[in-house]
Design a binder for this molecule. Structure first.
Ligand code: IVH
Length: 670
């Protein structure tokens, strides 16, 4: 791959993975299987290894995807909560064992295998045997303080009863929802007409994020502990830590196993491949850890994961079936998604008749023909995916799956930007499914929250031509409903009150409600905070926008394109006229205040008053760009305690300004 293409692909993958991460961690949802996600990440990692100069500061290979939510206090972990590097291949497990042994020559290494529980990682801190704090992993450095919610999670003891509890300890583990609790939750949701949740992990994350959790829902959550840290305690092995957790009354899954050889590890993997189906807790693999803590220390960690452990993940089960047809759906932002119609097939307990194909490029990549036998994969997600075609001889009369050139709803020629894989219909103001979906999005709970208007009411108001754009909602009068059958007076008043009340929604929601492509509710919040008003957002340049944390090139371009379109500007004006909030209560940094614009920084070492991620965000917010390696073009090396000697040498060689913590504080204060 040539460097330019590599740079573009790195950018695309970084943004795509960050979007998936945002959905997963902020909204406890997912529209990609873990397997496919891990492959995207591995693809990005491989490209970054070949072209490290193009790695972006917000690369998901460097930082964890989760950022703490705003509903809970943010708490820093005493030591970072890292993630695990993972593999789907037994060969790579063998390589891991070999590598560990090579790095610890003349030492006998033993391993400790555990299940990889599929839930939400938490840290429990106890002082004098009392539970002080429960915090989610968050971005690895800091997470949400969910101590109150943890009151209702099973097996998180408030007080440890054992006589020999140390003055302070930290236990880490996984909160999860059992399969039966998950099924019951979904049955209840379906009965209430609410969409079922995709998998127990999403249900766990969603339940934990509920503010002021009540006894009922939280009781569906349980917890397994798998790691112990006790300051100044004579601990030599991970196995001892597990034994102490058990003695002190924590819930430890009895499924672990010490292993001394690769063969034993592979047996453990094999055993749980089948046996996991009988478990009440979902697992997505197993974890292999070096048992001796001194050896763990010697092996050390990368920025993201320890070198002394690896997760082996079970590849999803595939089934094959016949592709009968492909239909094209038009989404809210005009994105065209192919939906495969399949010969019905049983997969993990449900009959699958449809599967997503992502986009037209995916169809081309798979060279799909109607009548092909295809592989279907379903892991946790509700919508299964086609992952491949059975490579048997294809009859010559089979036709390639047609790729549309025009919108299936409004016949407008489709567009596909060069850097993107998705096709979309640009006729946003005139394409019926887009207009309807736009209205549904606008009234959604997370947007303007007009609960009196559901999808059916949107359909009806749209079909009756009473409401075509969100602005039309605000000119609706009671008498407009009179000619329509099925609307009682009380219901009409309820709708109109809901619309009027929505004018009080904060600016961030109005911004999200516009439905700008790629801009989810979290990003809209950040955008609102940084820009302060709709006018500022509309006027910001792509560079201004990209200086805001979480906003990448695609998002910035999408925002700019939105405001360059006349219909959109008219809609925003009409909403302004209607009295919707167009600015935040307290505008923060305007995007034009960017004293560090054009300057590049490398951060190395640790700092007394800064955590590195917070520092990165501050630099970016002021226009700076944080890169990972020192080059001749670099402007500043920020060197904290234990800064990398190689980086310092290179910086000295190229005459790059080196900033210590004090100078840095002054620079940021400017
Ligand atoms: S050890 C530094 N053990 O996997 C490694 N993690 O990708 C610390 N997980 O955040 C984690 N089961 O949510 C460990 N037996 C286990 C685990 C486990 C599940 C999760 C945990 C962690 C993620 C790492």
């Amino acid at each position: 791959m040539d460097p330019r293409a590599a740079q573009q692909e790195i950018q695309r993958l970084t943004e795509l993975i960050n979007q998936h991460n945002q959905l997963y961690y902020q909204e406890a949802r997912s529209n990609i299987s873990d397997y496919a996600f891990d492959h995207l990440l591995a693809e990005l990692q491989a490209l970054e290894n070949r072209f490290p100069q193009y790695r972006l500061p917000d690369s998901p290979t460097q930082i964890l995807g989760e950022t703490p939510t705003q509903d809970f206090a943010t708490v820093y972990h005493e030591t970072p909560m890292l993630s695990l590097s993972n593999t789907y291949s037994a060969d790579e497990v063998a390589q891991f064992v070999q590598r560990v042994q090579k790095q610890l020559p003349n030492e006998s290494v033993t391993f400790f295998c555990e299940l990889k529980f599929d839930g939400v990682a938490v840290s429990l801190v106890y002082e004098a045997g009392q539970l002080m704090r429960v915090v989610t992993r968050g971005d690895g450095l800091k997470g949400d303080d969910i101590t109150q919610n943890a009151l209702y999670i099973q097996h998180i003891p408030q007080v440890l009863q054992h006589p020999a509890i140390p003055p302070k300890l930290e236990a880490r583990g996984e909160v999860f929802m059992t399969r039966s609790a998950f099924e019951k939750l979904n049955q209840d949701r379906i009965a209430q007409g609410v969409e079922p949740l995709a998998n127990p992990r999403n249900a766990t994350a969603g339940t934990l994020k509920t503010r002021k959790l009540q006894r009922g829902p939280a009781r569906t959550l349980d917890c397994y502990l798998y790691s112990l840290r006790v300051p100044d305690w004579d601990l030599h092995t991970h196995a001892q830590g597990i034994a102490l957790l058990e003695q002190w009354g924590f819930n430890v899954s009895p499924t672990y196993q010490p292993c001394t050889t690769l063969a034993e590890i592979l047996d453990y993997i094999d055993h749980w491949q089948q046996a996991r189906k009988e478990l009440e807790v979902g697992i997505d693999g197993i974890v292999i850890k070096v048992n001796q803590l001194a050896q763990q220390d010697q092996l050390r960690c990368t920025a993201k994961s320890p070198r002394w452990a690896i997760a082996y993940k079970y590849a999803p089960t595939h089934v094959t079936t016949v592709l009968q047809d492909v239909a094209y759906r038009v989404g809210r932002t005009g994105v065209i998604t192919p939906v495969a119609h399949l010969a019905p097939i049983l997969l993990e307990g449900t009959v699958v008749k449809k599967a997503s194909l992502h986009n037209a490029a995916e169809i081309a990549r798979l060279q799909l023909h109607l009548g092909d036998t295809v592989f279907i994969e379903k892991r946790g997600d509700i919508i299964p995916k086609i992952t491949g075609v059975q490579p048997t001889a294809r009859r010559p009369d089979r036709k390639p799956v047609p790729i549309p050139t025009h919108c299936p709803a409004c016949s407008t020629p489709l567009v596909r930007p060069r850097t993107q894989r998705v096709q979309h219909c640009p006729n946003r103001p005139g394409c019926t499914p887009q207009k309807k979906a736009m209205l549904t999005h606008f009234v959604h709970k997370k947007a303007m929250d007009i609960q009196a208007i559901g999808e059916q009411t949107v359909d009806r108001l749209f079909e009756e031509k009473l409401v075509q754009t969100p602005a039309d909602l605000y000119i609706l009068r009671e008498e407009d409903f009179y000619p329509l059958a099925g609307f009682r007076k009380l219901a009409i008043q309820h709708i109109l009150q809901g619309i009027a009340a929505s004018k009080q929604q904060p600016f961030a929601r109005v911004l999200f409600a516009l439905g700008i492509r790629h801009i989810g509710s979290v990003v809209a919040g950040k955008l609102a905070d940084h820009c302060g008003s709709m006018d500022q957002v509309a006027q910001a340049s792509v560079e201004d926008l990209m200086a805001i944390p979480m906003i990448g090139l695609h998002m910035a371009q999408s925002i700019q394109m939105y405001f360059q379109t006349l219909d959109n500007r008219q809609l925003v004006d009409a909403l302004k006229q209607a009295g919707l909030r167009m600015h935040t209560a307290t505008p923060q940094l305007p995007p034009t205040h960017q004293p560090l614009a054009g300057k590049t920084f490398v951060i190395s070492g640790t700092f007394k008053n800064f955590d590195r991620e917070a520092l990165r965000q501050q630099l970016v917010a002021q226009g700076g760009q944080v890169v990972s390696s020192v080059s001749a073009k670099l402007n500043y090396l920020i060197a904290g305690r234990k800064a990398g000697p190689a980086k310092l040498d290179q910086a000295a060689k190229w005459g790059i300004t080196i900033l210590d913590e004090l100078t840095l504080t002054n620079l940021l204060a400017c």
